[in-house]
Ligand binder design. Structure first.
Ligand code: IMP
Ligand code: MG
Length: 178
């Protein structure tokens, strides 16, 4: 893999498509084993998690459902810390095992706010699944039992993650070079 250009920044290879597929398959197997018999409802957080969710769900071997929600707070390469409303949840989650599917947990503020909204709807339990976690940026306490990679604080792009709207289509993950 080579260095690539997305808008005005260059990005270097970080995680290959093969590495990602391997970890996503392992995570799918782990979730399937642990949530057997619970018929989990996966809530994929749009837009960033759409590719991860598509791959993860195909690695889930137990009966389950998926729905797509939206909660947006991010512009360019810096978090605004301004979390907007949860949109798109039509399913009744009361009494259900819910797995929130995220592309990346950075400060954790988005997820914390989302969990608060979901818990008010009385689910049996809410688990977090995130492709990537930046432990060095975390500003809140979060239990993230399902994660593929813990990564440094660098800004990254690809496999669903964007830089100002571009780069989501890249099959691998790249990190900014400067
Ligand atoms: P948090 O609220 O700081 O945890 O930010 C979470 C959201 O910010 C993610 O769902 C992404 O949409 C976005 N984000 C955080 N870090 C990156 C990154 O390195 N590249 C692209 N998007 C990111
Ligand atoms: Mg996101």
């Amino acid at each position: 893999m080579e260095t690539i250009q997305v808008r005005d920044r260059s990005f270097a290879p970080f995680l290959s498509a093969e590495e990602i597929q391997t970890r996503v398959a392992e995570l799918g197997a782990k979730i399937s084993a642990e949530l057997q018999g619970k018929r989990p409802l996966f809530l994929a957080v749009l837009s960033g998690s759409f590719i991860f969710a598509a791959d993860l769900l195909r690695a889930i071997s137990i009966p389950c459902e998926i729905a797509f929600i939206r909660v947006s707070s991010y512009e360019g390469t810096g978090s605004t810390g301004q979390v907007k409303q949860l949109m798109g949840l039509k399913e009744d989650i009361a009494g259900r095992t819910v797995v929130v599917v995220e592309d990346i947990i950075d400060s954790g503020l988005t997820m914390k706010e989302l969990l608060g909204i979901l818990v008010e709807k009385n689910p049996a339990e809410v688990k977090i699944a995130s492709l990537l976690v930046k432990p060095g940026n975390m500003q809140v306490e979060l239990d993230i039992p399902y994660r593929c990679f813990d990564i440094p604080n660098d800004f990254i792009v690809g496999y669903g993650l964007d830089y100002d709207g571009e780069g989501r289509n890249l099959p691998a993950i790249y990190k900014v070079t400067e």
